[in-house]
Design a protein around this ligand. Structure first.
Ligand SMILES: C[S@@+](CC[C@H](N)C(=O)[O-])C[C@H]1O[C@@H](n2cnc3c(N)ncnc32)[C@H](O)[C@@H]1O
Length: 282
C-alpha cells in the first residue's frame, strides 16, 4: 500500500515516535488483515476511512484508542477513553509475579491487584496461573467499566479464567479488609508521575489523570500500597510495585527494613531501566 508511506511521513511530522509501525498497524486494523499481509490489500480494496485514523493519530490520540485494543502478554484487551493503556514494562513485573506464584507451595494463591485499570495484570495472572484467585481493586468507575468488559471478554476466550477474577469497586487504601493477613501476593502499577511533570500528548491529553499523577514526588500512591501490602500479606507473602525509571532508590527505601520488609530488590524493565521493587513480608 503506497498510502502507508504518505501516512508515516504525516505521523513523523506530527512527532509520533514510531510513525511507520503505527501507520501499518492502523492500516492492518482498518482492513482486517495481519500487518504482514498488508501488501495483499489491493487499491480497489483500500478503505478511505484509514485517513480519518491517520488524522486522529496526528492529533496524538493513542494508537490503542484508535484500534480499540492493546496486547498484554497473551491477552488482547479492550481499551479506550477513561482507562490506562497497559504498557510493555508492566508485562515484566507481571511475569515476575507469575514465576513466584508458580513456585509457591499454596493450593490456590490469593493475589491482590491494586489499581486494576483494564484488568491487564489480574487477567494475565489468572490466565497463566489458573489456580490463582485474583482480587482486582479499582476506584474509578469509568476505568472499572473497561475492567468488567475485559473480564467478560477474557473469560469467554479462556474459560478457566471465569470466576477467578473478582473486581472490587474501592479505594485501595481501605480495600479487601476481609483478606487482612491472608494474601499471598500484592501487585500494583499505581499512578507514579509527579504532579506537573511533562508527559507526551498521548498520555497527558488522553489518559485518565487518576491513573498517572500522585503527589509532588510521584510516590504518594506507592506509600499507600506499601501500607496496604503490610496489612494484607500473610507471613512470607510478596509484594511487587511498579515505579518510574528514576524512582528506584526512593521506592527501595519505602520498602525498607525499618518498615519491617525483607529481601527488598530493585528490578529493571526490558529497556534496562529501573522499573519495579519487590519485597517479602517476614
Ligand atoms: C497506572 S494505572 C494501571 C492500570 C493497570 N493495572 C495496568 O497496569 O495497566 C493505575 C490505576 O490505578 C487506579 N487507582 C489510582 N488510585 C487508586 C486508588 N486509591 N484506589 C483504587 N484505584 C486507584 C487508577 O484509576 C488506574 O486505573
Amino acid at each position: 500500500m503506497s498510502e502507508i508511506a504518505v501516512a508515516a511521513a504525516r505521523l513523523a511530522e506530527a512527532g509520533v515516535e514510531s510513525p511507520r509501525a503505527d501507520a501499518e498497524l492502523m492500516a492492518a486494523h482498518r482492513h482486517g488483515v495481519a500487518r504482514s499481509r498488508l501488501n495483499l490489500v489491493s487499491d480497489a480494496e483500500f478503505d478511505p476511512r484509514f485517513w480519518d485514523d491517520v488524522a486522529r493519530r496526528e492529533a496524538r490520540e493513542p494508537l490503542q484508542h484508535i484500534t480499540g485494543s492493546s496486547y498484554f502478554r497473551y491477552l488482547e484487551l479492550a481499551v479506550g477513553p477513561g482507562v490506562f493503556v497497559p504498557r510493555p514494562e508492566t508485562e515484566v513485573m507481571t511475569g515476575w509475579a507469575i514465576d513466584r506464584l508458580n513456585e509457591m507451595d499454596v493450593a490456590e494463591p490469593v493475589v491482590a491487584d491494586l489499581g486494576a485499570g483494564s484488568g491487564a495484570i489480574a487477567l494475565a495472572i489468572a490466565q497463566e496461573v489458573p489456580r490463582a484467585r485474583m482480587h482486582a481493586v479499582e476506584a474509578d468507575p469509568l476505568a472499572r467499566s473497561w475492567t468488567e468488559r475485559n473480564i467478560a471478554r477474557c473469560a469467554a476466550a479462556a474459560p478457566h479464567i471465569s470466576g477467578r477474577v473478582t473486581l472490587h469497586a474501592d479505594d485501595f487504601a481501605s480495600a479487601l479488609p476481609g483478606l487482612d493477613g491472608a494474601v499471598d501476593l500484592v501487585i500494583s502499577n499505581p499512578p507514579y508521575i509527579p504532579v506537573g511533570a511533562d508527559v507526551p500528548p498521548e498520555v497527558g491529553e488522553y489518559e485518565p489523570p487518576s491513573a498517572l499523577y500522585s503527589g509532588a514526588d510521584g510516590l504518594d500512591a506507592i506509600r499507600v500500597v506499601e501500607r496496604v501490602a503490610r496489612r494484607l500479606l500473610r507471613p512470607g507473602g510478596r509484594v511487587a510495585v511498579e515505579h518510574g525509571a528514576k524512582q528506584g532508590t526512593a521506592v527501595y527505601w519505602v520498602f525498607a527494613e525499618e518498615n519491617g520488609w525483607t529481601q527488598t530488590r530493585n528490578h529493571c524493565d526490558l529497556a534496562g531501566l529501573d522499573r519495579f521493587v519487590t519485597a517479602v513480608w517476614p
